[in-house]
Design a protein around this ligand. Structure first.
Ligand SMILES: [Zn+2]
Ligand SMILES: [Zn+2]
Ligand SMILES: [Zn+2]
Length: 372
């Protein structure tokens, strides 16, 4: 049994010969929090202190060096931070912070979206049972939310046997009991957000600032189910001859990859986009190098070779070299002899901790895709 943690908040920083966050009794499933400045008395947004001061204030508030027990990423130009921790003590300390020692009021809350994992199940027997009834039956299995996927036929929503289940935490079970029988749970990847007004991605029609167009031909005209567009398809996103709703074209596929990486690693959209952009930059840098460096120069050839291997690793392909290129902090596998062994700590859903140097960060590329 774990002892009760000390009361959070006040009091001098705790001193341990081993920091509490390294103690296995303190270890919990990764929790994701949001840190932002509290609004002022008139409801206006306030900025957080500069990053260096913020580090000191947070260190003071939790009694430990944040860099050792929290993984932080900034969002919205540093007006808010996502904090991840696997320490129960640090979690409680963080959640108790209302004000820093310099008087700045802050809000630290559990992230509203990133502390759950979604799975999808197929079950014909429960197709006509209301989701509330199913939820009350499966709630003891860590399910916190259920949504049924419906399809619209002749203007009417029709139930399908597909249910999207949200589980608390980052663990997705392989199966779940639905009544007496086990049902397989697959990871759920939502569709990329595409605006129904303008056909662009990453925003919805409620926040759209563009003109409403026909998603088939890209011009402004009225359409309906009875009166569909008959003009040639012209995609507004890439000007090719296909509908903007067509899912086979590269822009859609890229957006789908963003959703998959986000889902597989429990990241926010800004974190995922930063990761994807960084990868694109690295690849174009490597391509530039390849073009510029002349063959025959040993050192330059080696550079190209190293870059190629790094990219292969980042994509999760078979690395040619293993030991020298592994991060030296987390992996103590001394007998790495194949790809799987070289990455004993592959990120599991929600366990992903991007670090600027770790080659493991992009092994997400080879995650299994949801088929069908
Ligand atoms: Zn739009
Ligand atoms: Zn049209
Ligand atoms: Zn297109």
């Amino acid at each position: 049994m774990e002892g009760d943690p000390p009361p959070p908040g006040e009091g001098p920083p705790l001193s341990h010969s081993i920091p509490a966050f390294m103690n296995s009794g303190d270890l919990i499933d990764q929790q994701t929090l949001l840190l932002r400045a509290a609004k002022d008395s008139e409801g206006n947004s306030v900025n957080l202190p500069n990053p260096l001061l913020l580090h000191l204030l947070l260190k003071e508030a939790i009694g430990s060096d944040p860099n050792k027990c929290i993984h932080a990423t900034k969002e919205a130009r540093g007006t808010q931070y996502i904090l991840r921790t696997t320490s129960k003590r640090i979690l409680q300390k963080l959640l108790s912070i209302k004000q820093f020692s310099n008087g700045q009021q802050v809000e630290v809350i559990l992230h509203p979206h990133l502390n759950k994992t979604q799975g999808i199940i197929y079950d014909l027997d429960t197709i006509n049972i209301p989701t509330e009834e199913i939820l009350s039956a499966v709630r003891p299995q860590n399910v916190v939310e259920i949504r049924r996927i419906t399809k619209v036929t002749k203007g009417m929503p029709i139930n399908t046997p597909l249910l999207v289940l949200s589980f608390a935490g980052s663990h997705l079970p392989e199966t779940i009991f639905l009544g007496l029988v086990r049902v397989r749970v697959r990871k759920y990847y939502p569709s990329p957000m595409q605006c129904f007004r303008c056909g662009r991605f990453a925003h919805g029609s409620k926040t759209c600032v563009y003109k409403e167009i026909c998603l088939n031909c890209g011009t402004e005209h009225e359409t309906s189910n009875e009166n569909p567009c008959t003009k040639p398809s012209d995609c507004t996103n890439c000007n090719d001859s296909h509908s903007a709703r067509d899912k086979s074209w590269p822009v859609y596929q890229k957006e789908y990859q963003v959703v998959k990486i986000k889902t597989d690693n429990g990241l926010s959209f800004p974190e995922t986009r930063a990761l994807v952009n960084q990868e694109s930059r690295k690849q174009s840098y490597a391509a530039t190098l390849k073009d510029r460096l002349s063959p025959g120069n040993d050192e330059k050839d080696r550079t190209i070779q190293i870059l190629r291997e790094e990219i292969a690793q980042l994509r999760g392909l078979t690395p040619k070299k293993t030991k020298q290129q592994l991060p030296n902090n987390t992996c103590n596998n001394k007998n790495a002899s194949n790809t799987t062994k070289a990455y004993p700590h592959r990120p599991r859903p929600g366990k992903y901790r991007p670090s600027p140097t770790s080659p493991r960060r992009l092994s997400v590329w080879d995650h299994r895709y949801l088929s069908g």
